[in-house]
Ligand binder design. Structure first.
Ligand code: HEM
Length: 225
């Protein structure tokens, strides 16, 4: 481009564009977390229900890989733009506020910086555990055709359950602050929406934590076996 020429700003250039992309990919990932949890809860319906469900997910490889690519792309955009936004915000405020303007938003972003990378580590561990086995630890043998059996054997190891327990709490915090920030990005910070904005993220996060945790706890207590 020659000197003096201007270029239209794209979503990559503007902080607001990046925030919107983080929000949209967050919603996609959130949708996955809910769908994945509802699918997994079929463990309470017995081996056939869960295994049939897992088989149906793998039935059309093109669809499965398309969904995986959307997920991977969303994770990549979510992380890259978040890192860039943190860099932009640090560059704009190199010295730091003497007194914090909003304790709530500072606490939320600090929590996200901690829970985000830890969740990524959990997802890698989780993939090694149930999807591409080999690194799964504890007395666990993997059978790709028996997802129900994998879940029962996987969660029969108490310290593996402990990892999942910690991860679900991190996930709950991440979802809570993510939903809270989404409402801010969408401009729903008007007092009229106060109750919804305060309550909805808490309920959603709690629902996901309890739903996901019910599975390892049911195996440990031998309700599911
Ligand atoms: C206690 C809660 C959870 C249970 C019982 C569980 C169970 C499973 C199982 C059994 C699989 C393998 C499915 C198959 O082979 O068909 C799987 C895959 C997966 N899980 Fe989870 N999961 C849990 C929580 C999570 C969470 C919190 C996340 C993400 C934040 C997650 C992300 C994934 C991903 C990305 C895959 C791979 C999907 C694919 O094949 O492309 N899971 N999970």
């Amino acid at each position: 481009m020659s000197a003096g020429q201007t270029r239209t700003l794209t979503v990559y250039d503007t902080a607001i564009g990046k925030k919107a992309a983080v929000a949209v990919t967050g919603v996609v990932l959130f949708g996955f977390v809910i769908a994945h949890m509802l699918g997994n809860l079929q463990v309470f319906l017995g081996p056939k229900a869960l295994n049939d469900y897992a088989e149906s997910l793998h039935a059309v490889p093109t669809v499965l890989w398309a969904a995986r690519l959307v997920l991977l792309g969303s994770v990549a955009v979510h992380i890259t733009f978040t890192v860039q936004l943190v860099a932009i915000s640090n560059a704009a405020r190199p010295v730091g506020y003497r007194s914090k303007k909003s304790l709530a938003s500072t606490y939320a972003s600090r929590t996200m910086k901690l829970t985000g990378p830890l969740l990524l580590a959990f997802v890698l561990y989780h993939l090694a555990h149930f999807t591409w086995p080999g690194l799964a630890m504890g007395a666990y043998s993997h059978d790709p055709a028996d997802v129900y059996g994998n879940v029962v054997r996987g969660f029969s190891v108490p310290w593996v359950c402990a990892i999942y327990l910690v991860a679900q709490i991190l996930l709950g915090l991440h979802l809570y602050h993510g939903a809270w920030s989404l409402f801010q990005t969408l401009g729903l910070s008007h007092p009229k929406y106060d109750r919804v904005r305060d309550l909805a993220p808490k309920l959603v996060a709690l629902g996901v934590v309890l739903g996901n945790l019910s599975i390892p706890l049911a195996v440990l207590s031998r309700v599911v076996r």
